[in-house]
Design a protein around this ligand. Structure first.
Ligand code: URA
Length: 252
């Protein structure tokens, strides 16, 4: 797992060359060269160490020019099915970032939803905030609604709840709520709330109990829901919501 460093007041430490590269002034490689040449300062001091970690509040200058900090922005996107949760796609498919093409911000998704999964995804340019939310130790709950094949016996629902064995290990306890069963179609609608974020986790959990997923939607992320949004629409988070999310992560 990727190692993430935090300061005591909760700021995320990043490698200097990464911060320079992210700001867009140089590639990662060029940034390393600039550091080695003594052309980078942190809070006024020349730094020549490539591994140096800096916090978001540090002032970084390259060739005497301070790195611009883009205003942090936060959105909820209702991702439709048939969209990839990356910024660029080498197959030319539509990405979650494309919904924001008309805005000037470089936005990244917080976590992933599969190409075929619809639902709530947070988009931001605040990498520190995104890393908080994604860090497994903060256990942010995500609620999914799945349409699955077949009727699910009670003991199988209990398995989902207590943890099912996947290839890489047992899943953490989850909340399960059976919503309905369609006798004619032979399909069930089940609500599943998990706080882990393994790859294709919900699909694999249902597969493990013999009920393959037909359709999957993420309805809730922490306390955020899709209320008022249609597929393909987004809204900005309120400052209160951003603060609440930040506090949730830090206070856990
Ligand atoms: N679990 C899945 O299987 N797919 C998603 O997109 C999200 C969670």
């Amino acid at each position: 797992m990727k190692c993430i460093h935090f300061t005591k007041n909760g700021e995320r430490m990043e490698r200097l060359q990464k911060v320079i590269a992210h700001s867009g002034v140089a590639s990662r490689r060029k940034a390393e060269q600039l550091i080695l040449e003594g052309r980078v300062t942190v809070n006024g001091e020349v730094v020549r160490e490539l591994g140096t970690k800096v916090r978001p509040s540090d002032d970084v200058e390259v060739n005497g020019v301070r790195l611009e900090k883009e205003e942090p922005v936060y959105f909820i996107l209702y991702k439709p099915r048939g969209v990839v949760s990356t910024v660029n796609d080498d197959k030319g498919r539509k990405t979650v970032a494309n919904f924001f093409d008309h805005l000037k911000f470089r936005l990244y998704p917080v976590g992933r939803l599969d190409y075929d999964t619809s639902g709530l995804i947070i988009m931001t340019n605040d990498g520190e905030f995104a890393n908080y939310l994604m860090h497994p130790k903060f256990k942010i709950e995500k609620k999914y609604v799945a349409k699955v094949q077949g009727a699910i016996p009670r003991e199988k629902l209990k398995e989902l709840e207590y943890g099912v064995q996947l290839e890489e290990g047992k899943t953490a306890p989850a909340k399960v709520n059976m919503l309905s069963f369609d006798r004619t179609k032979g399909t069930s609608i089940v609500e599943l709330t998990i706080h882990e974020g393994r790859n294709r986790q919900v699909r694999r959990m249902f597969e493990a109990i013999g009920a393959p997923v037909i359709k999957l939607k993420r309805e809730q992320y922490a306390f955020l829901t899709l209320t008022g949004l249609n597929a393909g629409e987004f809204r900005e988070l309120t400052p209160k919501e951003v603060k609440q999310l930040r506090n949730m992560a830090i206070n856990k």
